[in-house]
Design a protein around this ligand. Sequence first.
Ligand SMILES: Cc1cc2nc3c(=O)[nH]c(=O)nc-3n(C[C@H](O)[C@H](O)[C@H](O)COP(=O)(O)OP(=O)(O)OC[C@H]3O[C@@H](n4cnc5c(N)ncnc54)[C@H](O)[C@@H]3O)c2cc1C
Length: 452
Amino acid sequence: MTTTRLVVIGGDAAGMSAASKVRRKDPQRDIVVFERSPHTSYSACGMPYFIAGLVESADLLIARTPEKFREKYNIDARVLHEVTELDLNGRRVQVRNLENNSEAWEAYDQLLIATGAEAIMPELPGSDADGIFGLSTLASGIRVQQYMEREQPRRAVVVGGGYIGLEMAEALVRKGLQVSLVERGEQVMGTLDPDMGELVSDALREIGVTLYLQESMTGYENADGRVTGVVTDQRTLPAELVIIGLGTRPNTALAAAAGITLGEKGSIRVNQRMESSAPGVWAAGDCAESFHLVSRQPFYVALGTVANKQGTVAGTNLAGGYATFPGVVGTAVSKICKYEVARTGLMEREIRALGLQYDTAAAKSKTRAGYYPGVGWITVKLLAEQGSGRLLGGQIVGLEGAAKRIDVLATAITAGMTVQQLVDLDLSYAPPFSPVWDPVQTAARQLLTNDQ
Ligand SMILES: Cc1cc2nc3c(=O)[nH]c(=O)nc-3n(C[C@H](O)[C@H](O)[C@H](O)COP(=O)(O)OP(=O)(O)OC[C@H]3O[C@@H](n4cnc5c(N)ncnc54)[C@H](O)[C@@H]3O)c2cc1C
């Protein structure tokens, strides 16, 4: 009896979630995974903490090795194998073995593209020098750590104030480097409204990062093939290490070349079951499109939360079951030293673009009862549709215990709740955990007061 052959391209969150799901549902299925880096199932999210020295070894960031996939799960995970071409009519992919440079065509019955995203690295004068890094795979994080061990840089410039840039700024501060951050926008953390981003900028300055806002990188300075500085439109900042945090772009060149339909920001368009436009071809994770449950529009997001879910949904369907991925509300959370930052739903700019009228309020309160040891400040901002009171977005900046409160807001937004319903929610209280009114409810009450 012949079995259906599943080929997966990309051996991390989405690809391996899918492969594992198929294996659990179908012990007989022939499953092959091609992964061009040396690692499978790694936590890219943990890289800043490895580089900071909080996580001792890169091995700790690997959930399952290729050997484990082979031995325990009978999944043929082949690392250092890059897929270089898709032949959709012939139902085969061309694979290059990166160890010996040989190439071969591999047949599939079902194909899952889980190729993730790559760091955006602008081609600027001097960009080929050593010491300039973007982060995507675990191998990229290991390269940064090894460079730091070898070259012992004293000064670093982080370009881009998104969450990866900020987490890396923290990591480098922890390692004792003098850190500057260049950001084109008026505030860091462009996924927050500027008033909330300003709180994050203040937090960065407090931990010793020098910020250059409304400033753009135009090139690099080098000596002997190594970076020595970042040139902006206003100055030159000396640096022996440069981290580029300008966001990611979906790795979809293979899919595009094969004629598969692309959507938002060049990600692979999929239906709710994670099927692409090509028969028998599925996509999941950072290379695939998502859907925004508040704007009701196609949306691109590159997050591990989404990649794991999409991979699991794809795996269930590939195994012959039925599952759907409804979409996201844009929830994300991050930490910069002692400061916690979180967001969900739409921000002001996005709400205006949809032509909606909205009310907003930001309330500063406390993470615990005011008298309880370890109490810290927290600012919660809420955005709600004018008239209906439907929650549209929430943002939080604060100290320990602040960030995960975003999950209450994400749940409320997903459920279509109003500000009044958030006030009425039976949330928990004891002095070590919150004031008697949880900070999200204090913000909701503030919004209702503003509205009267
Ligand atoms: C520094 C950093 C911090 C992060 N922190 C968080 C966080 O705190 N929370 C969060 O939710 N998300 C975070 N993320 C994002 C998260 O890591 C990604 O969303 C997640 O890894 C996506 O999983 P994926 O499987 O879709 O893609 P990837 O993890 O990118 O895996 C895709 C794999 O495909 C391989 N590949 C690509 N092309 C080919 C090819 N042609 N042939 C063979 N193999 C190929 C790549 O080598 C890669 O291993 C972070 C990312 C980074 C870089």
